[in-house]
Write a protein that binds this ligand. Structure first.
Ligand SMILES: [Cu+2]
Length: 166
């Protein structure tokens, strides 16, 4: 119930924010207040989960992205491109080195926002490649920056931050 309640507050904040920007461009004070209030409400809840790593580090529209993990690499590819919300997307993760003890998985979210849980389970398809299907939802705030946090059991996790199309 707490999660649903938070989501509702967030949606309402998003609507207020959108209306102010579109209808009253002069209302900078109102916009700032709306943002500040939103951050105030969500910051304590998300600060530990989403600390850091909010800058875009993956051009997912253009192709594969690679991040280091230990002495190995994690490669992420999201298809189809351009990466678009509210449709089935295939997430492919390629791991270098020895296979991990269990298959990696992805948690989708947005930097500095508390979104609902959205985990993608991946299955091995051979040659260090793991695939799964998921849906990036549309954020009511209008923000388009999402992350795919890839957890590799026994090895760690990496966070790909990218823009999507709404
Ligand atoms: Cu959001």
């Amino acid at each position: 119930m707490i999660v649903i309640f938070n989501a509702q507050i967030y949606v309402n904040q998003g609507r207020v924010f959108s209306e102010v920007t579109m209808d009253r461009p002069i209302g900078n004070r109102a916009i700032s207040f709306s943002c500040a209030l939103f951050l105030l409400i969500t910051a304590p809840a998300v600060s530990t989960v989403f600390a850091g790593a909010s800058a875009i580090n993956c051009r997912a529209h253009d192709g594969k992205c690679i991040l280091p993990i230990g002495g190995e690499t994690v490669t992420l590819e999201i298809m189809p491109r351009p990466v678009t919300a509210m449709q089935d997307s295939t997430f492919s993760v390629t791991l270098s080195g020895n296979p991990p003890e269990r298959a990696p998985y992805i948690d989708l979210g947005m930097p500095a926002m508390k979104m609902g849980p959205n985990q993608i389970k991946l299955k091995p398809v051979g040659n260090g490649v793991y695939k799964g299907t998921g849906v990036i939802v549309r954020c009511k705030s209008g923000r388009r920056t999402w992350f795919a946090n890839v957890t590799v059991p026994g090895r760690g996790e990496v966070k790909f931050v990218f823009d999507v199309i709404y």
